[in-house]
Design a protein around this ligand. Structure first.
Ligand code: SF4
Length: 293
């Protein structure tokens, strides 16, 4: 089979896996907080979320009505074949998935307000490239809900405030977001680079498995501190009160200009959907996060 066709099929399969079946780490984290939640209302919300996840799996239907904006992350081996065909193949996969799964059409022209109807349009699906050694193509899809996207925030901290300023920036963002991002949330937080770099890193950090801290102990400690502070806000599941506001906090960074301290907080909702697969040079496929269903 031609590589472009393989990419299209795999793109479709990971999209289907992502929108129906939440990754195992997210499900386990939700079960854990359900067991630990002490607010009755919060617990009821978490029960509803867990039932929702089970029903989606049983009926093979998307776990949320908002099937999100489609974002692909591609790690392309420098010797991978037909890398120039990947973008077109993923656009085809998106159109097919929109029709067949189906997905809610979520791509709107900001000028005319017209919905393209197939989840594609200028720069959408969003495509992020990384060139790595080797000859494989590793693809991840994130389907990003609008409610949690609406509270993502980028800004500039006074460099003199440093990490303390970052903590305040992140916790203020959680308080301001309240119920909007359908908590419990995962937070991707990044600093440095420039305004664009920090937001890209923050969003990518949402893909890190829950429970896996940054390998740098200083950053892992910062993640834990923000995690605890966010859960002390009492916003709780779906914003109705409780001790579970975030499931995890993932921090990343880039070096910064001496006069600038860009920071970004990306929110993901409990429907933290993503799936990954690797295509080997011989065309064989390994599904990395989900079994092929
Ligand atoms: S924020 Fe997430 S859970 Fe809430 S409606 Fe959007 S996709 Fe669904």
């Amino acid at each position: 089979m031609e590589m472009a066709k393989i990419v299209e099929d795999v793109g479709f399969n990971i999209l289907k896996q992502a929108v129906i079946y939440l990754p195992e780490d997210v499900k386990q984290a939700l079960k854990k907080v359900y067991a630990e939640e002490t607010s009755e209302t919060g617990k009821t919300q978490l029960r509803a979320i867990l039932d929702n996840i089970e029903l989606a799996e049983k009926y093979e239907a998307p776990v949320c009505q908002d099937t999100g904006t489609i974002i692909f992350y591609v790690k392309a081996g420098s010797k991978a074949k037909d890398a120039d065909k990947v973008e077109g193949a993923l656009i085809n996969a998106t159109r097919k998935a929109t029709k067949e799964i189906p997905l809610r059409p979520n791509a709107v022209d900001p000028f005319s307000g017209k919905n393209s109807g197939d989840n594609t349009g200028r720069y959408i699906p969003a495509l992020n490239w990384e060139i790595v050694p080797g000859d494989t193509l590793e693809m991840t899809v994130m389907t990003k809900g609008g409610g949690s996207e609406n509270v993502c925030i980028g800004g500039m901290i006074n460099p003199g405030e440093g990490i303390k300023g970052l903590k305040k920036f992140a916790v203020d963002a959680v308080v301001k977001a309240g119920a909007q991002p359908c908590p419990p949330n995962i937070l991707g937080i990044a600093m440095g680079g420039g305004a664009d770099v920090s937001m890209k890193l923050a969003k990518k950090a949402l893909l890190r498995p829950l429970g896996e801290h940054n390998p740098d102990p200083t950053i892992a400690k910062l993640e834990q501190e923000i995690f605890e502070a966010a859960n002390m806000t009492g916003i709780g599941p779906m914003g109705l009160g409780g001790k579970t506001t975030v499931l995890g906090v993932h921090v990343d960074y880039a070096y910064r200009h001496p006069a600038s301290f860009p920071a970004a907080v990306a929110f993901n909702c409990w429907a933290a959907r993503h799936a990954s697969a690797r295509i080997n040079a011989d065309g064989s496929v390994e599904y990395l996060t989900h079994k092929l269903k």
